[in-house]
Design a protein around this ligand. Structure first.
Ligand SMILES: [Zn+2]
Length: 264
């Protein structure tokens, strides 16, 4: 898999003696979680994993060099059963995902480290990451943080329609890939699909509202795309990834410096 993680920030490139020399109390370990799943006719299965790595790699390059913050190898397989029926989607169950991340947390704790971040870029994992963040805190005593998607990216120029109904393989994901891995994008195979129009909102949404319907991609998007990639450009992808990685770097430093302040 391609990687943008700077070598000196790649935990798996260390020897165990180098790991043993790291400060246990303060070192911040970032565990990426993503997916290998269909992304329409035009984007690769690894899209969520590549975007995670691109944004995290750029963020780690912006973090002050003296801070011991490292990226762990990603959990590439996520809970992707919304994409059942599309060849190439490699999904694990909620139970398996929870068990894998929990066991990695236990290994981190057994090595004596105290601080871990789960950085997730696949929507199907989000609710599981919320559960895990609390469980790793409660059961393993880890100071656990969760981080999602591309905070700080303005997504300037993205239409209200795309912002509201561009859920999957639309303009934003396509722009990130056009910037980071253009050789993996197939612009001649773009398809567009919206499940509703922003001017005529439906009372029930697929996600993110107070009343949602449980959805499978094959129910609502035959090509696998929920959104419209056609306005994506590499330049937008570069700008948004710079904005997001700058914010992620700030958040990682805030996590590194985090201490609990007790209420009065
Ligand atoms: Zn995606």
């Amino acid at each position: 898999m391609k990687t943008w993680i700077p070598d000196e920030r790649n935990f798996a490139y260390l020897t165990w003696k180098q790991v043993d020399a790291l400060p246990r109390e303060t070192t911040l370990l970032v565990l990426p979680t993503a997916a290998i799943e269909q992304h329409g006719h035009h984007l690769p299965l690894a899209t969520d994993t590549l975007i995670n790595n691109l944004l995290l790699g750029k963020a780690l390059a912006k973090v002050p060099a003296e801070l011991p913050i490292f990226a762990l190898p990603p959990v590439c397989y996520g809970k992707s059963n919304e994409h059942v029926g599309f060849p190439g989607t490699l999904s694990v169950s909620a139970h398996t995902f929870l068990a894998v991340v929990h066991d990695l947390g236990a290994s981190i704790a057994a090595s004596g480290f105290k601080k871990v971040v789960v950085y997730n870029t696949h929507g199907g994992n989000t609710s599981l990451v919320d559960v895990l963040a609390r469980d790793l805190r409660a059961e393993l005593g880890l100071r656990t943080f969760s981080l999602f998607g591309s905070p700080g990216a303005a997504f300037d120029g993205v239409s209200a329609q795309e912002k509201t109904y561009g859920f999957h393989a639309g303009e934003v994901e396509t722009a990130f890939l056009l910037h980071g891995a253009p050789e993996l994008v197939h612009p001649d195979h773009y398809t567009a699909n919206y499940i509703a129009h922003v001017d005529q909102p439906e009372p029930l949404k697929p996600e993110g509202s107070s009343a949602n319907f449980a959805w499978l991609t094959e129910d609502i998007a035959p090509s696998g795309v929920l959104g419209d990639p056609t306005a994506a450009t590499a330049e937008k992808g570069e700008r948004w990834s710079e904005e997001a990685s700058a914010r992620i770097a700030e958040l990682l430093v805030a996590m590194y410096n985090f201490t609990l302040k007790h209420g009065a």
